[in-house]
Write a protein that binds this ligand. Structure first.
Ligand code: CUA
Length: 160
């Protein structure tokens, strides 16, 4: 092998190694990953998806619940053209798991200023956890076009 070929070969191999280490570090070390569907709601025969979602736990009782000291879970429905619950209040430092599904069409779930950014697909449950360290009013917005009143679809997270 030519000398330059050898240098190029080892340089490429080293770059690949560095990038794989970086990938392992962010996924395993920093727990950064693509938010994915971690559940599905499948309607029974003759049942529409909306009815299936509204009768399947935990979506038959949407809302905020405390699951431990400083730990919360928000079960949320995305529908044309609102989120339910529309407003949630949390203490600063709360670690919150959002569990969201859609009963009709595809919606978005984005909280500007945070890394919470999900696509809400009908019948799939999207899950993301986030710690609200700083007090303030955060807005949840739908950033996936979902029909006429898409631009009005939002909810609030008040952190005190
Ligand atoms: Cu829901 Cu746009």
């Amino acid at each position: 092998m030519d000398r330059y070929e050898r240098i190029f070969f080892w340089f490429s191999a080293a770059m690949l190694g560095v990038l794989l280490c970086a990938l392992a570090y962010v996924t395993l070390g920093m727990h950064i990953h693509l938010p994915g569907p971690s559940g599905r709601i499948i309607p029974r025969a003759g049942q529409n998806l909306g009815a299936a979602v509204l009768s399947t736990p935990p979506f038959n009782h949407p809302g905020l619940r405390q699951t431990g000291p400083g730990e919360y879970e928000v079960v949320m429905l995305a529908q044309q053209w609102f989120f339910y619950p529309r407003r949630i209040q949390l203490p600063a430092g709360a670690n919150v798991t959002f569990r969201v599904t859609s009963a009709d069409v595809t919606h978005g779930f984005f909280i500007p200023g945070t890394r919470v950014n999900m696509m809400i697909i009908p019948g799939y449950v999207s899950v993301e956890t986030y710690r609200f360290s700083r007090p303030g009013d955060y807005r949840i917005i739908c950033h996936e076009y979902c029909g006429l009143d898409h631009h009005t679809m939002s909810a609030e997270v008040m952190v005190k």
